[in-house]
Design a protein around this ligand. Structure first.
Ligand code: PLP
Length: 394
C-alpha cells in the first residue's frame, strides 16, 4: 500500500481527534457538561429555501431527473444561476462555462491544485494561520507546500515573509478570508498589495502565479465589513467555494470552482480542472443539491446568531484576561495560549471539559482555536469554566 496514504489514514487530524473525545465525554457526563469548541459545524439551520426546494424537487419532479447523473461539470442551469448571482453582486460577466460544481471546498481545492501542478518542484504557498488540510491537498496533488509565517500583530498577510519565500517555482498562493482560524477578513489594501506583488513577480518570472481563493466563509462577515471579490483586483485568481457554511450544508457536499474570464487562458484552466476532476473521480457533484442550489444560490442561513456568539465569547474571555484576535468574520475565535505550549494548554482545558484546538496544525504556535458555531447556552455556560482554567495561570 501507499505509505503516505497509510500515514494520513492513521494520523487523524487533531480537530477530529478532539471531536471524538468530546463525544465520548458527553456520553459519560451529559451533553450540557461538555463545552465542545472543536469543529466548524454550522449551528444555525439552513435557509428556509433549502427544505422548501428539497420537498418540491422530491414531490414534483421526475425522480430519474432529480437523482440522475448531471453533466460532468454540473447542470448548466445550476451553473448559470450561480454565475448570475455572482454577476449581480460583483458586476462581473461570468457564465456557466466558467463554473465547475464540486463536492464542497475540499474538492474544489484538490481539483484546482491538481489542475495547476506540473511537477513536484511547483510550490503552493499558504498564509499562516491556515486550514490544516491545505498541506494534505497540496502534497497529494504532487506540489511542494510552503508556509508564509503569520503576522502576529494583525493576522493579515505577512508581506515581509512572503517576499522572502516567493520564487520562480511559486505556482500559487492559497488565500482564505474570512479566515479559519483567525476570523480576520483581509483588507482591500492588503489584497491590492498582494495583487501588485504577484503582478510584478509574474512579469519577473515570466509565468502566471495564481491566487487560489478559498472562500467558504465569504458570507459570514460582521459589522458590514467588506469581503473584496479578489478576481476584480487580480487577474489570475481562481475561486474555490462551498455552501457548507453559508447555507449550513456541510454534510451534503456541494460547492464550485470559478475560473473567471479575468484569468489568462481561462478556457484551458477550466479544461484542466475538468481533467483533474475526472482524474480524481469527482465528476457530477450531488445531483439533488445541485438542483437545490439553482433555486437558493442567492440565499444564506441567518448569520445573526454567530455575531451574537462572537460578542459573548470575545467579551467574556477578554474580561477574564485572555488575549483574543477580534473576529471580523467566519465563526472562530483565535485565543493566545497563556502558556507557550498550546498542546499543554489544550490538555489543561480538558480538565474543565473545555474542548479547544491547539494552533500548531494551523501553522502558528501558542494559540488555540475556538469554534463558536455552537448554542448560545454552550458559550454562556462555558465562561465560568474558562475563568477556573485562567486561575491556573494567575
Ligand atoms: N476551507 C476552509 C478554510 C474550511 O474551514 C473548510 C471546512 O471547515 C474547508 C475548506 C472545507 O470545506 P467543505 O466542507 O466545503 O469541503
Amino acid at each position: 500500500m501507499n505509505e503516505k496514504m497509510l500515514k494520513l489514514g492513521n494520523n487523524r487530524s487533531i480537530i477530529r481527534e478532539l471531536f471524538e473525545f468530546s463525544k465520548q465525554k458527553k456520553a459519560e457526563l451529559g451533553d450540557d457538561k461538555v463545552f465542545d469548541f472543536s469543529l466548524g459545524n454550522p449551528s444555525v439551520p439552513p435557509a428556509d429555501c433549502v427544505n422548501e426546494t428539497l420537498i418540491d424537487l422530491l414531490k414534483n419532479e421526475d425522480p430519474c431527473y432529480v437523482h440522475g447523473y448531471t453533466s460532468a461539470p454540473g447542470d448548466v442551469e445550476v451553473r448559470n444561476a450561480i454565475a448570475n448571482d455572482l454577476n449581480s453582486r460583483y458586476g462581473t460577466s461570468y457564465d456557466a462555462s466558467m463554473i465547475y460544481m464540486t463536492c464542497g471546498a475540499a474538492a474544489s481545492l484538490c481539483i484546482t491544485i491538481r489542475a495547476l501542478i506540473e511537477n513536484s518542484t511547483d510550490e503552493i504557498l499558504a498564509v499562516a494561520p491556515f486550514f490544516p488540510e491545505y498541506r494534505v491537498f497540496a502534497e497529494a496533488a504532487g506540489a511542494t507546500f510552503k508556509v508564509v509565517p503569520a503576522d502576529l500583530k494583525s493576522f493579515e498577510i505577512n508581506f515581509d515573509e512572503l517576499v522572502k519565500i516567493i520564487n520562480p517555482n511559486t505556482k500559487g498562493i492559497i488565500i482564505n478570508s474570512p479566515n479559519n482560524p483567525s476570523g480576520v477578513v483581509y483588507s482591500k489594501n492588503s489584497l491590492m498589495k498582494l495583487a501588485e506583488l504577484l503582478s510584478e513577480k509574474q512579469k519577473e518570472y515570466n509565468h502566471p502565479i495564481y491566487i487560489i481563493c478559498d472562500e467558504p466563509y465569504r458570507e459570514i462577515a460582521y459589522d458590514n465589513i467588506e469581503v473584496p471579490h479578489i478576481p476584480s483586483l487580480y487577474n489570475n485568481t481562481i475561486i474555490c467555494y462551498s455552501y457548507s457554511k453559508s447555507l449550513s450544508l456541510p454534510g451534503e457536499r456541494i460547492g464550485y470552482i470559478l475560473t473567471p474570464n479575468t484569468l489568462d487562458d481561462y478556457k484551458n484552466i477550466y479544461a484542466a480542472c475538468l481533467g483533474a476532476g475526472r482524474a480524481y473521480g469527482y465528476v457530477c457533484a450531488p445531483s439533488i443539491f445541485q438542483k437545490l442550489i439553482a433555486k437558493c444560490a442567492n440565499q444564506t442561513s441567518n448569520m445573526s446568531a454567530y455575531a451574537e456568539n462572537r460578542d459573548i465569547l470575545y467579551n467574556g474571555l477578554t474580561k477574564i484576561g485572555f488575549e483574543c484576535v477580534y473576529p471580523q468574520g467566519a465563526f472562530y475565535l483565535f485565543v493566545k495560549s497563556p502558556e507557550k505550549d498550546s498542546m499543554s494548554f489544550m490538555e489543561k482545558a480538558k480538565k474543565y471539559n473545555l474542548i479547544i484546538v491547539p494552533s500548531n496544525s494551523f501553522g502558528v504556535d501558542g494559540y488555540v482555536r475556538l469554534s463558536y458555531c455552537v448554542s448560545k447556552d454552550t458559550i454562556v455556560n462555558s465562561l465560568p469554566a474558562f475563568a477556573e482554567l485562567m486561575k491556573e495561570y494567575k
